[in-house]
Write a protein that binds this ligand. Structure first.
Ligand code: ZN
Length: 138
């Protein structure tokens, strides 16, 4: 079947760029993470069962970035990075909701999105120290 010439002649070496946009590389969206930040979900995510398919057996997870780390060192280093701080900043504003869109469409009056201060989760090493202190007190 004659048709358009299929072989692409440009963008040879850019597979690493295309891979970023694959569906399987899709990360959690900010509003999904906002749901994760709710207490019961956060608790679950921070105390995951050992999963050998995940980096670090799923024991080191950054809630705000939805990322796994191989050990507490890597995670604590991540907490100090620009990507993490940028993410905290991006999560400061509450996500746009269905109610917001209804208000925008003329149902009710505009309520500006609330700002909140986000705290990086306590690094695991510190948590362990606190636990040990509690144990020694009892
Ligand atoms: Zn992070």
């Amino acid at each position: 079947m004659p048709g358009p010439y299929r072989r692409k002649k440009t963008h040879y070496g850019d597979t690493h760029l295309q891979r970023r946009w694959r569906t399987r590389n899709r990360k959690r969206d900010l509003d999904q993470i906002d749901g994760d930040l709710k207490e019961e979900n956060a608790e679950k995510l921070l105390n995951q069962e050992v999963d050998v398919d995940k980096p670090g057996d799923a024991q080191f997870y950054c809630l705000h970035c939805a990322r796994y780390f191989i050990d507490d060192n890597a995670m604590n280093a991540h907490f100090k990075t620009k990507v993490h701080k940028r993410r905290l900043k991006a999560l400061e504003l509450e996500p746009y909701s269905i109610e917001d869109s209804e208000r925008a469409a003329g149902h009710g009056s505009y309520i500006p999105p609330k700002k909140r201060k986000l705290q990086t989760q306590t690094p695991i090493t510190e948590k362990d120290v606190i636990k040990e202190m509690e144990l020694s007190m009892n």
